[in-house]
Design a protein around this ligand. Structure first.
Ligand SMILES: [Cu+2]
Length: 112
C-alpha cells in the first residue's frame, strides 16, 4: 500500500493560509462611521475685524491655521452667541475652531 503525499500537501496549504491571515492592518486612522462624524479642533490667533451679534458671525483676520487653511481675513460662525460678548473690532484674539459635519464653527475665543 502506497500512501500518496497528499497529507504533506494539505499541511503546506494550511500554513500558507494561516500566515496570510495574520497580516496586521497598518491603518490607525478611524474608519467607517467614526471617521464620518469626526470633528477636529484647531487653535488659531487673529485680529477681530467685525462682530455681528445678531447672526452670530465674527470676522477675523487670522494667521495660518496648520492643517486647516492659510492666513486670511474671513467670517466665522460661532457655536453660541455668548462667545461674542465683550469682543470688538481691533481685539487680538486666540480662538478654537472646530471643523466637522456642517462646516466650521468657533467654539471659544479669548482676548490676548
Ligand atoms: Cu480662513
Amino acid at each position: 500500500m502506497n500512501t500518496p503525499p497528499i497529507k504533506g500537501l494539505i499541511m503546506t496549504l494550511s500554513l500558507g493560509l494561516l500566515s496570510a491571515c495574520s497580516t496586521q492592518p497598518k491603518n490607525s486612522q478611524p474608519e467607517g462611521p467614526a471617521a464620518a462624524v469626526q470633528t477636529r479642533a484647531y487653535q488659531a490667533v487673529g485680529i477681530v475685524k467685525g462682530v455681528d451679534t445678531k447672526t452670530t458671525v465674527i470676522e477675523i483676520d487670522h494667521e495660518d491655521i496648520p492643517g486647516l487653511m492659510p492666513a486670511m481675513q474671513m467670517q466665522f460662525h460661532v457655536k453660541d452667541k455668548a462667545i461674542l460678548e465683550g469682543l470688538a473690532t481691533g481685539d487680538h484674539v486666540a480662538f478654537t475652531v472646530e471643523n466637522g459635519v456642517g462646516g466650521m464653527k468657533i467654539t471659544a475665543i479669548q482676548k490676548k
